[in-house]
Design a protein around this ligand. Structure first.
Ligand SMILES: *[C@@H]1O[C@H](CO)[C@@H](O)[C@H](O)[C@H]1NC(C)=O
Ligand SMILES: *[C@@H]1O[C@H](CO)[C@@H](O)[C@H](O)[C@H]1NC(C)=O
Ligand SMILES: *[C@@H]1O[C@H](CO)[C@@H](O)[C@H](O)[C@H]1NC(C)=O
Ligand SMILES: *[C@@H]1O[C@H](CO)[C@@H](O)[C@H](O)[C@H]1NC(C)=O
Ligand SMILES: *[C@@H]1O[C@H](CO)[C@@H](O)[C@H](O)[C@H]1NC(C)=O
Ligand SMILES: *[C@@H]1O[C@H](CO)[C@@H](O)[C@H](O)[C@H]1NC(C)=O
Length: 673
C-alpha cells in the first residue's frame, strides 16, 4: 500500500515517516512509477550545501598555492563543474574550540571590531565569485568571553549577544559585499526564545528583514514544540533545522508547513561508503522527512587528518605543502542533484521508495524542466556516521517511469550515472550516458545496486576536471616561519592549527630590533565554549607521526609575573580532547622559572628550576626529543636533559601559553627526523 499508491505520494511520504521504513517495501511488487505534477507540487527545494567551520575545517585550504587552490574552489562551487553547491554555511568564529580547531571572532574584546580575521570571509567571497546566487548562512558555535560577562552562557545578556551577531552580518556586507541569507542560533546547544525574538526584532530594525532565521540546529522536538506554542516565535523562525536527522522529521514539524532542513548532516569518512551515505540522504531526507535542504559537515576536509573526524568532508585538501588534493565521491553524488536543479525549484509529489530498495525524487522549475534523481545504495555501502541505519535490502531492478502532466510530451532526457561497483572496486562517477528516448510517455531503466542516476531536461551537466594535482607527500621535515609578512592575506600563519586560543600575525612598529613581525596569541579571557577548551592556549603544526624532533621558537611573554609560554613536541590530542593533550612541553614563566611537563595542563611535572625569564623580553626556547631522551635549551644554554619513559611516542609540534594571555612567538623552526 505504501508504494502502491503512487498517485498519492505526498500522503505516502508522510505515511512512510510514521511507519518503519521496511514496511514500505513489503506490500507491493509494482515497478512502475509516475512522475506527475497534475495533483499539485511538493515543497520548494532550498538546495544542497557545505559547512566550513564548526570548527576550523577549512584551515589548511587557504595555504594551497595556485593553481591548486582555485581548482579546489572550482570543484566545490563553480556551477556546472563539480559539486556546484547551492549553499555555503560558515561558522561565526567565537575564539573557541569548535571541533577541529578555533576560529577567530570579529570581536575578541568588547571594544574591538575586525572583519578580516580567519578565512570564512575569503571563502564566502570565493564561493560568491563562482556562483553569485549561492545562499550564505552564518552560525556561532562559541562566543568570546566578554559576551557572557564571565559566565559560560550567551543568553544572560541577550542584547549583547544579538548585537554581536548582527554586527557580523552588517560587517559581511560593509567590508565584503556579502549578503548573509540566513543566521542560526547556537550550534547544537540550547536556544532561548527571548533571544530569538530579539534577534528578529534587531535584524528588522537594522533593515535586515531579508535575513532569515534557522532554529535551532539541534533536535527537531524542542524547537518544534516551542514554535507551535508561541505565535511571535513562529513568526521569527523561518526554517526548522535539525542535525543528523537520519532522513526523518517529526509529524508536528511537517504539519506546521515551515521549511525543514537537515542543516548539518553527513560527517562521514569520504571514501565510497561516504559517497553512498551522501547519495542516500540527499534523496531520502526529502522522501522520508520532507527536508528541502541538506548541508554537509564539512565542506572540505582541510585540517590535519589526525584531528577528530579526519576526512569527513565532500573532498580532501589537507596538504597545502604538497598541493595534493582528492576529489572524492561525495563531490559527484552532489553533482547528480546540484547541476540539474536550483533553489526555488519544487519537488513533485510523486517521489518515493523503489520497490526493491532505493529511492527517487523529482524536481521541476515549473517552466517545463524536470530532474529525476534515483539512488539504489545498499545498506552496508551507505552507512553514515550517525544515527544508526536500520537494516534494509536493495536488489537489482527494472523501473519504468511514466511522465504525466507537464512532462507528458517530453521526448528526450539527458542521462547521468554513477556506479559505485564495490565488487570490482572500479567505481565510475558522474558519467554522461546516451540520452533516453521517451516512448509513449515513459522510459525504463535497469537499475543495479549501488548506483545513482539523474534523468533530466537540463543539457548543461559537465564533469569538470583539471590535470592531476601533485602527488601526496608528508609535511616537510624541515620547517621554518619568521612571520615576516607585511600585509598578510590572512590573520593566521600557514599550517598552524589553533586548538585553544587564537594566534595571529602581529606587527610592532615601535620595536627597533628583529621582532617587528611576530605571531601573537590574542585571547585574554576564557570564551563561552562549545567543548572543553584547555586552560592553556595551544597551536599545533607538522606531522602527527613525528617521533624525534627539535622545536625552537623565540618567545615573548606580555603578562608580568604570572605569564608563561611553551614549545612542545609529540602533542597527541586536539579538538574536543585538547584538555587531555599529552606530549613533552618545555615552559618558561615570567616569574623566572622553567618547567618540563608531559601534559598540556602542566600537572605532570618532569622537571622545574630557575630560568631568569621575565615578561617583555625575548628568549629562545629549544626542545629536542629523540627516543626517550629530552633536552631543553634557553638562549642556546642547556637548562635540562634527561631520559624519561615518554608517552606518547609521536605527535605534532606546538606552541602556546600557560593561560589566556597575550604572548608572542617568532622564528619558529622544527627539524623532524
Ligand atoms: C542566478 O539566478 C538568476 C535568477 O534565478 C538566474 O537568472 C541566473 O542565471 C543565476 N546565475 C547563476 C550563475 O547561476
Ligand atoms: C529549462 O531551463 C532552461 C534554462 O536552463 C530554459 O532555457 C528552458 O526554457 C526551460 N524549459 C524547458 C522546457 O526546457
Ligand atoms: C533482507 O533479505 C534477507 C534475505 O532474503 C532477509 O533474511 C532479511 O530479512 C531482509 N531484511 C529486511 C530488512 O528486509
Ligand atoms: C501508450 O500509452 C497508452 C496509455 O498509457 C496506452 O494505452 C497505449 O497502448 C500505449 N501505446 C503504446 C504504443 O505502447
Ligand atoms: C613593542 O616594542 C617595544 C620596543 O621594543 C616594546 O617595548 C613593547 O613591549 C612591544 N610591544 C608589544 C605589544 O610587543
Ligand atoms: C627516534 O629515535 C629513536 C632513538 O634514537 C630511534 O630508536 C627511533 O627509531 C627514531 N624514530 C624515528 C621515526 O626515526
Amino acid at each position: 500500500m505504501c508504494v502502491g499508491g503512487r498517485v498519492e505520494m505526498s500522503a505516502v511520504s508522510r505515511l512512510c515517516t510514521l511507519l518503519l521504513i521496511s514496511a514500505c517495501f513489503t506490500l507491493t511488487s509494482a515497478e512502475h512509477y509516475s512522475i506527475d505534477d497534475q495533483a499539485g507540487l511538493g515543497r520548494v527545494f532550498d538546495g544542497i550545501g557545505g559547512l566550513s567551520g564548526g570548527g576550523a575545517t577549512s584551515r589548511l585550504l587557504i595555504n594551497y598555492a595556485e593553481p591548486y587552490r582555485t581548482q579546489i574552489l572550482d570543484y566545490l562551487f563553480k556551477p556546472n563543474f563539480g559539486a556546484s553547491l547551492h549553499i555555503l554555511k560558515v561558522e561565526i568564529g567565537g575564539d573557541a574550540q569548535s571541533t577541529d580547531g578555533t576560529e577567530p571572532s570579529h570581536m575578541h574584546y568588547e571594544d574591538d571590531e575586525n572583519y578580516f580575521r580567519g578565512y570564512e570571509w575569503w571563502l564566502m567571497t570565493e564561493a560568491k565569485k563562482r556562483n553569485p546566487n549561492i545562499t550564505l548562512i552564518g552560525l556561532p558555535w562559541a562566543f568570546p568571553g566578554w559576551i557572557g560577562r564571565g559566565v559560560n552562557w550567551p543568553y544572560d545578556f541577550p542584547d549583547v549577544t544579538v548585537s554581536y551577531i548582527v554586527s557580523w552580518i552588517i560587517g559581511a556586507k560593509q567590508y565584503h559585499d556579502l549578503d548573509i541569507d540566513y543566521v542560526g542560533i547556537w550550534n547544537e546547544r540550547n536556544f532561548d526564545i527571548k533571544y530569538i525574538k530579539l534577534l528578529r526584532y534587531t535584524l528588522d530594525k537594522a533593515g535586515l528583514e531579508r535575513v532569515r532565521i534557522i532554529a535551532s540546529d539541534n533536535l527537531w522536538e524542542p524547537i518544534t514544540l516551542s514554535v507551535l506554542g508561541d505565535e511571535e516565535l513562529r513568526e521569527a523562525v523561518d526554517v526548522l533545522g535539525a542535525h543528523y536527522p537520519g532522513t526523518t522529521s517529526v509529524p508536528a514539524a511537517v504539519k506546521m508547513g515551515k521549511q525543514l532542513w537537515a542543516s548539518e548532516d553527513y560527517s562521514t569518512f569520504n571514501d565510497e561508503v561516504g559517497g553512498g551515505c551522501w547519495a542516500r540522504i540527499l534523496n531520502q531526507n526529502y522522501v522520508n522527512g520532507l527536508m528541502s535542504a541538506t548541508i554537509s559537515w564539512n565542506l572540505v576536509a582541510s585540517y590535519y587528518q589526525n584531528l577528530p573526524f579526519g576526512r569527513d568532508g565532500l573532498m580532501t585538501a589537507q596538504e597545502p605543502w604538497s598541493g595534493n588534493y582528492v576529489v572524492e565521491s561525495p563531490i559527484w553524488t552532489t553533482a547528480h542533484t546540484t547541476q540539474f536543479s536550483q533553489p526555488g525549484w519544487k519537488y513533485l509529489q510523486t517521489v518515493g521508495h523503489l520497490t526493491h530498495g532505493g529511492s527517487y525524487v523529482a524536481l521541476t522549475d515549473q517552466k517545463g524542466n524536470l530532474t529525476i534523481v534515483i539512488e539504489t545504495m545498499t545498506h552496508d555501502h551507505s552507512v553514515c556516521i550517525r544515527p544508526p541505519l536500520p537494516p534494509y535490502n536493495v536488489t537489482a531492478q527494472t523501473a519504468t517511469f511514466s511522465l504525466k502532466g507537464s512532462f507528458a510530451s517530453l521526448s528526450e532526457l539527458q542521462l547521468w550515472n554513477s556506479k559505485f561497483d564495490f565488487k570490482t572496486k572500479k567505481p565510475v562517477f558522474f558519467q554522461k550516458l546516451a540520452p533516453i528516448k521517451v516512448s509513449n510517455g515513459s522510459f525504463t531503466l535497469d537499475l543495479d545496486v549501488d548506483e545513482v542516476y539523474t534523468v533530466t531536461t537540463i543539457p548543461t551537466g559537465l564533469k569538470g576536471s583539471y590535470p592531476e594535482p601533485p602527488p601526496s607527500s608528508p609535511f616537510p621535515k624541515t620547517y621554518k616561519d619568521d612571520f615576516n609578512v607585511k600585509n598578510p592575506s590572512f590573520s593566521e600563519a600557514p599550517d598552524f592549527a589553533d586548538q585553544t586560543g587564537v594566534f595571529e600575525y602581529f606587527m610592532n612598529l615601535t620595536d627597533p630590533g628583529p621582532h617587528v613581525y611576530t605571531l601573537r596569541q590574542v585571547v585574554t579571557q576564557r570564551p563561552i565554549t562549545w567543548v572543553a577548551d584547555a586552560d592553556q592556549t595551544v597551536s599545533v603544526i607538522g606531522d602527527y607521526s613525528w617521533q624525534n624532533m627539535t622545536v625552537s621558537c623565540d618567545v615573548f611573554m606580555e603578562k608580568e609575573n604570572s605569564g608563561g609560554v611553551f614549545v612542545a613536541a609529540r602533542l597527541d590530542k586536539g579538538g574536543g580532547s585538547v584538555r587531555n593533550a599529552r606530549g613533552i612541553f618545555f615552559w618558561v614563566l615570567a616569574d623566572g622559572t622553567y618547567r618540563v611537563t608531559s601534559d598540556l595542563s602542566g600537572l605532570s611535572v618532569l622537571a622545574e628550576g630557575l630560568s631568569g625569564t621575565r615578561a617583555n623580553t625575548w628568549n629562545t626556547l629549544t626542545l629536542t626529543v629523540k627516543g626517550n631522551f629530552v633536552s631543553g635549551e634557553l638562549n642556546g644554554y642547556l637548562l635540562w636533559k634527561n631520559t624519561v619513559d615518554l608517552v606518547p611516542k609521536n605527535g605534532w609540534a606546538a606552541i602556546g601559553t600557560s593561560s589566556f594571555e597575550l604572548a608572542q612567538f617568532d622564528n619558529f623552526a622544527v627539524q623532524a627526523e
